[in-house]
Design a protein around this ligand. Structure first.
Ligand code: SAM
Length: 551
């Protein structure tokens, strides 16, 4: 005989109470039709909610569905009777589909990388959250019962996300102490174990800095079947959660909301240390170093949200990597290239990553093309904050054989083209009173790379550095910063051409880092120079060459 389902959430309690009220009313002969109809409507609204949420919430993955089935069909009474678990574990403990997906969504939204779960049960919540973590993310799950670790592991092993989960068995408080002693910190903590200990877990986490600044604590069952607000509550768990919610609500270290989903999920955010500081009369220096410039911590100051950027030569190689980096940091990006197809493909790549991007075809050696590029960007986005003048060419010849044609071509793109871009973008930026120009120079501006012979290239890139220094000092007092990046030898398809491939071994012996540069090695530099974090830098040549210019 199926056992009657015990109402587990405020809505289920409501459905239960309304159904009983409806039955009583139906049994009575003098209940007005209208009251019956209202009661029926109330039952329909309340009883339909969870089903609807189930249906509309994104389907769970196969391993999660399997874990759910395995948990629900397991004979937990029998397991306990056989002494395999210390406590009788009700299968209703499981987090389940809607809450699991909610946790996964919160992980995505907070961009958490390290998560702590207190109370794992069979691992449904743990695996849901692990699915939301990046590949190098990690979730530590605390669970009292060793039996549950063995229960969950085979299904974790079937999921590509299972390897992110580390299960620590034993008392959660002991695990918390170990983690604190090891200096561990988490972006998100999910508390879902013994209710009477919630307050102890919470205080321990905050007092021992287990939660990162800007971290979030999520708490399950914070409405505890409505017992937290019903006056006649007498059971220990209901009272413990009532006290817990009140404590958190009064705690100046945090902000809290309670989402009335299932049995209630509290989301608790640690507020900035600055407000704690004013409360404690300590010797803390309350300045920009402590609070961050304009309240923005260093990584925030590297964000480029709302900024408009362009990158020339963005159809491949370094320029493409720059375009991605600037976009990932928050900027809108005009992807400029001589080759229309390449510009379009890279703009599409950015768009697929949620970055606003437009392709522009332009030859920077033609001033009318450069002006058209600037006009398109300004008419579309109203400003230019970041100008990445990256397009360049390289031809090899012994100096005694270098033709004037080669010299002119190289200079027309590398130096004249860069100047034309700087000037056209600079005019917009000077009017705005703000701008970040980043030119791509080269290690060849410092040393003479060998054995290849590339006089025009080396000389033009040395010119780019002087152009950068001159503009950087001329325009800085009007808010326009001009810097350049000098990459070493970058591993691009060009390097693997028949003529250059034999030189790679030779170059490697000249590079202390022991390898060629990857385009991704240059991305942080362009973001830094484009951001407010580099505001005191101008006319600088940022050399990124694995130490090659020092040998
Ligand atoms: C509500 S269930 C957790 C459900 C789980 N979060 C999920 O996603 O399905 C509570 C779990 O906490 C564990 N637990 C209770 N007290 C604990 C303690 N002091 N330390 C560690 N785990 C504990 C129980 O064994 C149980 O598995």
């Amino acid at each position: 005989m199926p056992t009657e389902k015990v109402p587990d959430t405020p809505v289920e309690v409501l459905v239960d109470v309304l159904t009983k009220a409806k039955e009583i009313a139906a049994a009575s002969s003098n209940v007005p039709e209208e009251l019956m109809s209202h009661l029926q409507k109330a039952v329909d609204i309340a009883s339909g909610l969870d089903d609807y949420l189930e249906k509309m919430t994104t389907q769970e993955s196969e391993p999660l569905a399997e874990l759910y089935e395995k948990t629900i069909s397991h004979d937990w009474d029998q397991v306990h009777k056989k002494g395999e678990t210390m406590f009788r574990l009700p299968k209703e403990c499981i987090t389940g589909h809607v809450e699991g997906q909610t946790l996964k969504m919160l992980i995505h939204m907070s961009q958490a990388k390290r998560v702590l779960e207190i109370g794992m049960f069979t691992g449904y919540g743990a695996l849901s959250m692990a699915e939301g973590l990046p590949v190098d993310g990690c979730l530590i799950a605390c669970e009292l019962e060793p039996y549950l670790k063995d229960f969950a592991q085979p299904i974790f092993a079937k999921s590509p996300h299972g390897k992110k989960i580390i299960v620590k068995t034993g008392s959660a408080m002991e695990t918390l102490k170990e983690l604190a002693a090891a200096g561990e910190q988490f972006d998100m903590v999910f508390i879902d174990a013994d209710k009477t200990n919630y307050i102890n877990y919470y205080n321990f986490i905050l007092d021992n800095n287990l939660l990162r600044l800007r971290g979030v604590i999520c708490v399950d069952n914070s409405l505890f079947k409505a017992k937290v607000y019903l006056k006649d509550t007498t059971d220990n768990n209901g009272l413990a959660l009532r006290q817990f919610n009140q404590f958190v609500s009064n705690d100046p270290r945090v902000e809290q909301i309670i989402i009335p989903l299932r049995d209630g999920i509290s989301v608790i955010r640690r507020v900035s240390l600055a407000s704690e500081c004013s409360l404690t009369q300590s010797k803390i220096t309350d300045d920009e170093v402590f609070r961050g410039v304009s309240g923005r911590p260093i990584l925030d100051r590297m964000r480029l949200d709302g900024k408009v950027a362009y990158v020339t030569g963005a159809g491949q190689g370094i320029g493409r990597a720059f375009a991605h980096a600037l976009g990932e940091a928050g900027a809108k990006v005009a992807v400029v290239d001589l080759d229309q197809d390449k510009a379009e493909v890279v703009a599409k790549e950015l768009f697929l990553k949620g970055i606003n991007a437009i392709p522009i075809t332009a030859d920077i050696s033609k001033s009318e093309d450069v002006q058209r590029m600037i006009d398109i960007i300004v008419s579309k986005w109203g400003a230019i904050h970041i100008a990445c003048n990256n397009a360049g060419i390289n031809m090899n010849s012994a100096s005694e054989d270098t033709s004037l044609e080669e010299w002119d071509q190289t200079f027309n793109v590398n130096l004249r083209g860069t100047f034309v871009c700087c000037q056209a973008a600079g005019r917009v930026m000077l009017k705005q009173g703000y701008g970040k120009i980043i030119n791509t120079a080269s290690m060849a501006s410092l040393i003479v790379p060998h054995p290849q012979k590339q006089l025009s290239y080396n000389t033009s890139k040395a010119g780019v550095v002087k152009l950068t220094q001159t503009l950087g000092t001329e325009w800085i007092d009007r808010g326009v910063h001009v810097n350049c990046i000098s990459p070493g030898i970058v591993d691009t398809p060009l390097i693997h051409s028949e003529s250059l491939r034999p030189l790679v071994q030779r170059w490697l012996s000249d590079i202390p880092a022991g390898r060629l540069a990857k385009v991704t090695d240059l991305q942080a530099a362009v973001v830094y120079l484009a951001s407010d974090a580099s505001d005191y830098m101008t006319g600088h040549n940022l050399v990124i060459e694995g130490g090659q210019s020092l040998w």
